[in-house]
Write a protein that binds this ligand. Structure first.
Ligand code: IMP
Length: 188
């Protein structure tokens, strides 16, 4: 039987691509001190590696979102402490899927009058986009497979897995959320 879990991006390929993104953003924002805004919880692992590959001064902030319903409506559950006025903001996302979350978040931050807003996402699920949204930097473009690891979760689990995995059969996880842990040999 083929495994429902397939490693799609190794730890070393992630490191290489994240380093490239860090270098690119550093070049584009040379002379500025950007605010790197991580969206909790998914972006934490990516952000931690990304900022350490950057070669300019910067600040790190986090915000967390609440979702209402299925139309992508969001609110801010935990906000950034400092004002963003005249700052160069880089939103750091783990994954952009339909684009609804990112589009709402950009609107929420734009009214704070930043000097600029850019977004970097590790994963771009471009074929699933419902709304057009600006996306300045992307690590990897994928199809519609469900991904786990490197910040991405299933019901709060598996964010700490250091490479990226695709779930070929989601029913396996729906029936048993520990199935991936068992596959990795880390189940309790
Ligand atoms: P969007 O609003 O449809 O762009 O979706 C954004 C959110 O959906 C992401 O921040 C993730 O929390 C979640 N998501 C979408 N695809 C995946 C995936 O493949 N694995 C884990 N979470 C995902």
């Amino acid at each position: 039987m083929t495994s429902p879990f397939v490693e799609v991006v190794s730890r070393s390929s992630l490191r290489e691509r994240v380093d490239q993104l860090g270098a690119e953003i550093s070049t584009d924002l040379k002379g500025e001190v950007p605010v790197m805004v991580g969206v909790l919880q998914g972006s934490v692992v990516f952000l931690a590696d990304l900022v350490r590959s950057m070669t300019i001064d910067l600040e790190v902030e986090f915000l967390s979102l609440t979702r209402f319903g299925h139309d992508g409506q969001i609110g801010i559950a935990m906000d950034i402490a400092d004002p963003l006025e005249d700052r160069h903001v880089v939103i750091v996302e783990d994954i952009v899927d339909t684009g609804l979350t990112l589009a709402s978040m950009r609107r929420l931050l734009e009214v704070r009058n930043p000097a600029s807003i850019r977004t970097v996402t590790l994963i771009d699920k471009a074929p699933r986009r419902i709304v057009e949204v600006d996306l300045e930097y992307r690590g990897f473009e994928v199809g519609d497979e469900f991904l786990l690891g490197y910040g991405l979760d299933w019901k709060g689990h598996y964010r700490h897995i250091s490479s990226l995995w695709a779930v070929m059969d989601l029913e396996v996880l729906q029936e048993n959320r520990l199935a991936f842990a068992q596959h990795l040999g880390i189940a309790p």
